[in-house]
Each structure stands twice: as C-alpha cells, then as structure tokens.
Design a protein around this ligand. Structure first.
Ligand code: KIV
Length: 281
C-alpha cells in the first residue's frame, strides 16, 4: 500500500502546512494546545497526520507497545531507525520526533550527538527526544549546537524506572517539585525546544509550565501543560489495561478482534471470497 496516497489523507485541509519546531514556541505564545501522539509505523502515522496531530513521537515505548517488552530498556537504535523512517515517510504535516533509546546517549555528549546525527541522516525525523534533566544538559547542548532540535523528558522517565522504584508520580513534596523545576530550567538552558512531563503532580506541571519559556507537553501531568501526548495504543483502546491518565477515545482492540472473527467465520463458511472479490477470465 502506498501510504502517501492513503485514502485517509484525502480529508486533509489543503491549507495545512508542515508543523515545525518554531510552531511549538508559537503555540505556547498564543496559548493554543500542542497535540502529540506516538506512532511506530507508516499506517498509523498517516492516520494521525491526516487527523491533524501536530507532533508524532516515535517513542521508545515501541518496546512495550509493539515488541512485547515490559520496559523500554531493551530498545535499541536499530529498533528505532526503521520505525522513525516509516513514520517520517508517512507524515506529510506533523513534526516527527524520535526517542534516543536507553544506552544511546548516557555516556556523554559525543555519544548523544553521534546517535542524534544517525537518526537525522537515516530517518527523516525533525527532532530527537531524550530523558533526564541537569545530568544530560551537556548532551542536549551538544545536539542542539549541531543544529538538531531536542525535546526533553522529565518527571517519570521510563528508562530510569528501576532507579525511580517503578511507575510512581514524580514531583510530590516541595523538594521534589523544586528539583523537577531546576531540571526543567536546565533542559531549557541547554537549548531544548520543548519538554515532556510524564506522571507529575498537576501542581508541579503547572509550575514548570509557568516558569519555562519553552512549551511543556504532559502525559499524566494534568491539564495545565502547553500540550498533551498519549501512547496511541492507550488512547485507542488497543489493550485490556490502560494507565489511569490515558482516556480510551476508542475501542479499536475490540473492533479489530471482531473484524478478525468475522473474517475467519466467512472463510470457514465459504462466503469469503465471493464473486465481488474474485477475478474471472
Ligand atoms: O516513548 C514514549 O512513548 C514516550 C511518551 C510516554 C512521552 O516517551
């Protein structure tokens, strides 16, 4: 299937323009909310792009959602590259951001820059995202200085889930809130164009959003952030369990299972394929 010609894209408004990094700053200035969803392949990227989603994140959550891991830790650069290439190839309008996976940037600015450069050369993505605050500011600075936009990620950072003691809300208590705000300021100072805030209290997300000039994009961080991001399989109801912060906007898992059951029943009953779906002479 040529996703560039995908029927879902016919609904595109002709006046839409490519969402770029400067539109993130513009959105914050104008108070218009930034919309972000994860995508891991060309088919869903084309659908979300046609739906008008501003930013597509090729998240390392691909490890959990698509590869069946229980954490994002096993995800590699070689896992991310084909996914990012597929999403960037299918997204006509959305800004495509790709996650630097665990182990691809922690060693220092040189390693981080090498990974980011590889992503830019080999995928067509427009920006990278990495997890951490003050400790990774030199990495953010090195990547930014090379002309590659960086999105930060604070609060619950899944790559550090063992150090954080599991999936726990971050920023609780004054010390933790202050530390999170200091990290947010360091990420901004290092040149990040936006920062994802994951599973923080509403109050600390609001405080970070207020003190930062760059936009905050929340996931489980309440309504005060400059934008929202969800993992698409959560928001589409693809799985039985959904995190508390993710609303199920559809029940696609059930719809897909029913479609597969109908297909199997028709094949077994001999009613598919029929004349309409067969070629004669
Ligand atoms: O990998 C991912 O999907 C993410 C989101 C949770 C923001 O980083």
């Amino acid at each position: 299937m040529a996703t560039g010609d995908n029927a879902v894209q016919a609904a595109d408004a002709p006046r839409r323009r490519r969402y770029r990094v400067h539109h993130l700053a513009q959105a914050k200035e104008q108070g218009s909310k930034i919309t972000m969803l994860t995508a891991y392949d060309a088919v869903t990227a084309a659908v979300f792009d046609a739906a008008g989603i501003d930013v597509l994140l090729v998240g390392d959550s691909i490890g959990n959602t698509m590869h069946g891991h229980t954490t994002t830790l096993p995800v590699t650069v070689d896992d991310m590259i084909p996914a990012a290439r597929a999403v960037a190839g299918a997204a006509r309008y959305a800004l495509v951001v790709v996650d630097l996976p665990f182990g691809s940037y922690e060693a220092g600015p040189e390693q981080a820059l090498a990974t980011a450069v590889r992503f830019m050369k080999e995928t067509g993505a427009a920006a990278v995202k990495l997890e951490g605050g003050r400790s990774v500011a030199p990495q953010i600075r090195a990547i930014t200085d090379a002309g590659i936009p960086v999105v930060g990620h604070l609060g619950f950072t899944p790559q550090s889930e063992h150090a954080l003691g599991g999936h726990r809300v971050q920023g609780r208590g004054e010390d933790a809130a202050e530390a999170l705000c200091a990290d947010a300021l360091a990420v901004q100072e290092a040149g990040a164009v936006a920062v994802v805030l994951e599973m923080t209290t509403v109050e600390v997300a609001a405080r970070a959003t207020e003190i930062l000039q760059i936009p905050t994009i929340g996931i489980g961080a309440g309504p005060a952030t400059d934008g929202q991001v969800l993992v698409w399989t959560d928001m589409a109801g693809m799985t039985e369990w959904t995190p508390r912060f993710a609303r199920r906007f559809a029940e696609l898992g059930t719809a897909l299972r029913e479609a597969a059951e109908d297909y199997a029943a028709e094949v077994r009953g001999g009613t598919f394929p029929d004349a309409v779906h067969s070629f004669e002479r």
